[in-house]
Design a protein around this ligand. Sequence first.
Ligand code: SF4
Length: 294
Amino acid sequence: MINTSIKLEVQTFRMNLECDRLDMKFLAKVINLALFFASWREIERQRRQKYTLDLSSILSAMTAIIPYSKETLSESLAPAKIKWFRRQLSTWAKENLRDFPWRRTSDPYAIFIAEFMLQKTDAATVVPIYETFLVRYPALQDLAAATVDDIAQILKPLGLLFRAERLLQSAQTILEKYQGKIPLSEDKLLKLPGIGIYTARSICANAFNQPLAVLDTNVARILERFFGLKGERVKSRCKLLWKAAESVAPARKVGTWNLTLLDFGATVCTAKNPLCDKCPLQKQCNYANSASLL
Ligand code: SF4
């Protein structure tokens, strides 16, 4: 009797064990199936995304290439339109150019310092730092003898503290190679640490009255919108927009022209919500006229 009962218990235990194994196998199959569907959906999603990305990059490459044809570019930059653009903006500038301390000086050193600070920083933030800086380091020789830490302390509110080291290195190079005088040429300025093409050209135009146009996101935006151009994603490296920036710049007073575009882009043709209704360029602006047709 006892034997029979033990046998039954063992039998039941085995059956339970078998059932557990079966459950586990079933569960494993369900999990595998779920994983298979999940990965299949993920692969499909990525495939679609890749296709979309490929398509959009092809389209943007095409739109960037199309205006490169000489005919299309010269149509967009028709001389009469350029002339009108210049005239309207020059009139606007007479009343609206912003006033900053570095715009009231012709001292190349002060302009060099301002342009260095203005990289990736808005002008209003730069004003007090610029003034403090020039009191502390009134001449290039003073700056070249400073320490990185002292310069960094003053530049701290601007962020991007690596600028302190580059500014010091630039000042020391100018002292050694150019007898303390800010180099007069774009090429020489470009060889200094922390000086890019925009800064080099701004210094040349503002300090030495050289006819060098500049291109940054503000200028690019105005040119693209007004002339209906389509530049590349990185505007500062777009040949089409550089060509346009140089074509629309006047022969004289390019420094003032650069400031005009800069201020116009910062106050009227802004990235978000441009003030088209109050804009002196509205009448011939591609963007404003195509937007009003929608
Ligand atoms: S009309 Fe509008 S988009 Fe065109 S230049 Fe003026 S602010 Fe910019």
